[in-house]
Design a protein around this ligand. Structure first.
Ligand code: FAD
Length: 307
């Protein structure tokens, strides 16, 4: 049995495991893929105190740090169910095994919703981007597009307009869905063009880098091309919580609701990182949240009797 069992091996889970095991309590991590989204990241320039690194390097450093401690890492294992059994919490794995722990920290992260058009996968990290905070400065002075006219797309376009040369915002529907105040700000910017009723059909490239996109005007059915250096896809972030729907309170976006100690609606179960309702999904946030959830879990352990 574990004192703290962490589900997820991204920055949130890794951080939680170090904080927990430093308390001298029995700690385990179950992860489908240790490193999480950081494994898919090229350059990282906003992990404070590290001027520049790459995803794979940061994951190697995370792994090395976790290995310094007595953490039972169960990699390539996917959790499929969670339930309370008396005072203990049971996590069921797809392998058929069941793990039992006094507390659980959910750190299963999220994934960006993809457009699913040719060019998107090929140029991911070479002009196809999902995070304006991360990759915006790489395209200083250049033309870029944002796909998606919801709050995140419009926020991204406003943010990028201050850094890049020109922003084309492309929305599939006839109008933007973002809050009125954001739209007002967007339309006040002179280096932004908004195209609605447009279906993006392809991201094109040359020499291994994005050089444009193709969209169809859904009204006239005419094909158009836009020349640019980057495409920021902002059509939603999907938290990895499908397996928790029955047991944990989730927001309407499927994110785990937590209190300010990181505790979920189920006592003894905590959550951290991109999977939660905490905004501004970033590595540095996920690590902080992981530390908080581990300390929250430790607090819970010393306040409850398990005999
Ligand atoms: P994740 O990193 O998503 O980790 C989730 C973990 O849970 C993984 O180990 C996964 O395998 C596991 N998991 C999921 N479901 C299950 C399950 N059912 N059972 C077991 N394990 C499961 N942030 C920055 O700060 N700077 C950047 O430059 C940056 N660039 C990015 C570039 C890209 C392409 C992407 C995709 C993201 C980028 N981010 C960046 C965002 C950053 O990667 C995330 O905010 C961060 O990784 C979130 O950490 P996390 O631990 O919450 O979740």
């Amino acid at each position: 049995d574990f004192d703290v069992l962490i589900v997820g091996g991204g920055p949130a889970g890794a951080s939680a495991s170090i904080y927990a095991s430093r308390k001298g309590i029995r700690t385990g991590i179950v992860a489908e893929r240790f490193g999480g989204q950081v494994m898919d990241t090229m350059a990282i320039e906003n992990f404070i105190s590290v001027k520049e690194t790459e995803g794979s390097k940061l994951v190697a450093a995370l792994e090395e740090h976790v290995k310094e401690y007595d953490v039972d890492v169960m990699n390539l294992q996917r959790a499929k169910g969670l339930k309370k059994n008396g005072k203990m919490i049971e996590v069921e794995l797809e392998s058929g095994a069941t793990l039992s722990s006094k507390t659980v920290i959910l750190a299963t992260g999220a994934r960006w919703r993809e457009l699913g058009v040719p060019g998107e996968k090929e140029y991911r990290g070479h002009g196809v981007a999902y995070c304006p905070h991360c990759d915006g400065p790489l395209f200083k002075g250049k033309p870029v597009a944002v796909i998606g006219g919801g709050n995140s797309g419009v926020e991204a376009a406003i943010d990028l307009a201050g850094i890049v040369g020109h922003v084309t915002l492309i929305e599939f529907n006839g109008e933007l869905r973002a809050d009125a105040v954001l739209q007002k700000k967007l339309f006040s910017l002179d280096n932004v063009e908004v195209i609605t009723g447009a279906q993006t059909t392809e991201i094109t490239g040359d020499d291994g880098k994005v050089n444009g996109l193709v969209y169809i005007d859904r009204g006239t059915e005419q094909k158009h091309t836009v020349e640019l250096n980057a495409v920021f896809v902002q059509i939603g972030l999907l938290p990895n919580t499908d397996w928790l729907k029955e047991t944990i309170e989730l927001s309407k976006f499927g994110e785990i609701e937590i209190d300010n100690h990181g505790q979920t609606s189920l006592p003894g179960v905590f959550a951290a990182g991109d999977v939660t309702t905490i905004p501004y999904k970033q590595i540095i946030m996920a690590m902080g949240d992981g530390a908080r959830a581990a300390l929250g879990a430790f607090d819970y352990l010393i306040r409850n009797d398990f005999d």
